[in-house]
Write a protein of this length. Structure first.
Lengths: 88, 424
């Protein structure tokens, strides 16, 4: 079983979480060109290493979490509630 | 399309040759050779899976371009090409997808003869089960799209399914009873390693250099044009570079500054101990997230959808084995005593629309043949044929024009999810 740390619930089975996607700065919908907007929608860094990701603790507190996870080792070096600030 | 020239072959494989080696005890010649790295090739192909090897083979065989190197970080076929469940079919959802995979099935049909290598292509029929009304609706749609493209594909009912697959539970007992299915007679399975080795042998015989243990660590680009690649064995100049690196596509394309719409997910599979032959179709259930086929050795091969989150590690998980076992037993309760022998994982380069990314990139001379997700083994021959044609002639073949990288920023997605999420 893979355990993921939740800042509200503690370490929990990864099956409780939903992977939402890479965190990326959302362009201003009013100012972005269609190309920029679609780049935001579809293009991904997909690194083999540290990735900044958004997860949802679906079967737990129901909160969105910002996680820094290593995509090769599975290590997690930082996690926080996505709504409660922190440097982006 | 008859461009093929006669290739210089190593000793041809034949019944007579087999007998001669068996009686004479002479060692078989190596299937491909080792070479020093040249400092320049006309084409560098990154990735020694079925896609890279087929691209190199068709460059030489169809276009006479044989100053070609295939650079493989590990061993040939060590990526997804050696880890897949080898399902071949063309019953996709979009006209673009159906036409493309149909050509690949055609190439597979003559591949053993073309390569003089037995790839054991068994067109045993491919059956996708529907357990819900919405699944039936998608299948009806697929069957019509398939028929319009000349692909043998039709909707079948419960009783027909019962006679096609003896041990399938077609009763009302399961939580999700089988309502119908999509039957695709030309679908089947192939011996994946043989396809890889056959293309490698053919490419080698035509003069292509196959370099294993050769990792690309940099791609040189100046003035928007590719100049060559840097490897752990030295620098290579090349006016054309093709990335065929599937699960690692993002890391390799990043070296050239090309961003992709790809996320890498592991996909797992498992096999059981061998049992007597009883299953001569490939059976897929999207609702049950599982598919089953039986190999020539009698093992049952089980597969499912990708793991729930991205990763570059190919570790297996107990969740997968438990899930696949539970789902298989809902379909075929008689398999309860059969034991799973091993499981494994491979990396899949998933795209948002479940279609590949093929063709030129914003970097001139740098091409991609990636985004193969969970469905790219069946596409090896047609992808090799079309990518070779693109690189050799500079013209994008019609078959792959819809799959260009620019479709994501232009908003022209080719949605294949309904035909590719579980049944690879
Ligand atoms: C469990 C599983 C089941 C599947 N089932 C099916 C199926 O039933 N039917 C189907 O059609 N498809 C299936 N697939 C998908 C299919 O296997 C792949 O889409 C296909 O094999 C991709 O082939 P490829 O040649 O593009 O990539 P690969 O075979 O992955 O080859 C890419 C190669 O690139 C090399 N590489 C990476 N980075 C570098 C670098 N920097 N330098 C040099 N080399 C590098 C890797 O070592 C690797 O060998 C399945 C996949 C898996 C994992
Ligand atoms: Zn929580």
């Amino acid at each position: 079983m893979v355990l993921l740390p939740c800042p509200h619930c503690g370490p929990r089975d990864a099956a409780e979480f939903g992977y939402v996607g890479e965190r990326a700065a959302r362009p201003d919908p009013g100012a972005a060109t269609p190309q920029q907007w679609r780049g935001y929608l579809y293009l991904r860094r997909n690194p083999a290493g540290w990735a900044d990701e958004l997860w949802l603790h679906r079967a737990g507190c129901g909160r969105y979490l910002a996680m820094s996870r290593h995509t090769v080792t599975g290590d997690i070096r930082a996690v926080r509630d996505a709504a409660t600030g922190g440097a982006d | 399309m008859k461009l093929r020239r006669s290739l210089p072959r190593p000793a041809r494989y034949s019944g007579f040759g087999l007998l001669r080696h068996a009686l004479g005890g002479a060692p078989w010649p190596p299937v491909w050779r080792r070479h020093d790295l040249r400092d320049r090739y006309d084409v560098v192909v990154i990735g020694g899976g079925v896609h890279g090897l087929a691209t190199a083979y068709y460059l030489a065989a169809n276009h006479g371009v044989n100053n070609v190197a295939v650079l493989e970080r590990g061993y040939l076929g060590g990526g997804a090409s050696g880890r897949n469940t080898a399902i071949i079919r063309s019953n996709y959802l979009t006209p673009e997808g159906v036409a493309f995979y149909h050509r690949s099935v055609r190439l597979y049909e003559s591949l053993a003869a073309d390569l003089n290598f037995n790839v054991m292509f068994s067109q045993r029929g491919h059956l996708t089960l529907a357990h819900t009304d919405s699944a039936l609706r998608t299948m009806r749609w697929r069957a019509e799209v398939n028929k319009l493209q000349g692909v043998d594909s039709s909707l079948v009912g419960r009783s027909e399914i019962g006679s096609l697959v003896p041990h399938l539970d077609v009763s009302d007992r399961p939580r999700f009873p089988i309502l119908g299915g999509l039957w695709h007679p030309p679908g089947g399975i192939v011996r994946h390693d043989a396809v890889v080795w056959g293309y490698a042998r053919g490419a080698d015989a035509a003069g292509v250099h196959l370099h294993q243990d050769t990792e690309v660590v940099g791609i040189d680009v100046t003035g928007g044009r590719v100049q060559g690649v840097r490897t752990n064995r030295g620098r290579i100049a090349a006016p054309a570079v093709v990335a065929c690196t599937a699960g690692w596509a993002s890391t390799v394309c990043d070296l050239a500054g090309v961003a992709l719409p790809i996320t890498t997910f592991p996909l797992q599979a498992a096999v059981t101990e061998p049992v007597r032959p009883f299953l001569d179709t490939v059976v897929v259930s999207g609702t049950r997230h599982v598919y089953v086929s039986q190999t020539d050795r009698g093992e049952l091969v089980f597969g499912a959808a990708v793991d729930p989150f991205p990763s570059y590690s190919s570790r297996g998980s107990l969740e997968f084995t438990e899930g696949v076992a539970a789902h298989v037993l809902e379909l075929m309760p008689a398999l309860a005593p059969v034991r799973i022998l091993r499981q494994w994982a491979g990396l899949c380069d998933m795209t948002p629309d479940f279609s590949p990314v093929m063709g030129p990139t914003p970097v001139e001379g740098f091409y991609v043949d990636v985004g193969w997700g969970t469905y790219g083994f069946k596409a090896g021959p047609v992808a090799g044929e079309t990518m070779a044609s693109l690189v050799a002639t500079g013209k994008t073949p019609d078959l792959i024009a819809p799959f260009d990288l620019a479709r994501f920023t232009d908003g022209r997605l080719v949605g294949e999810r309904g035909a590719a999420a579980v049944g690879h």
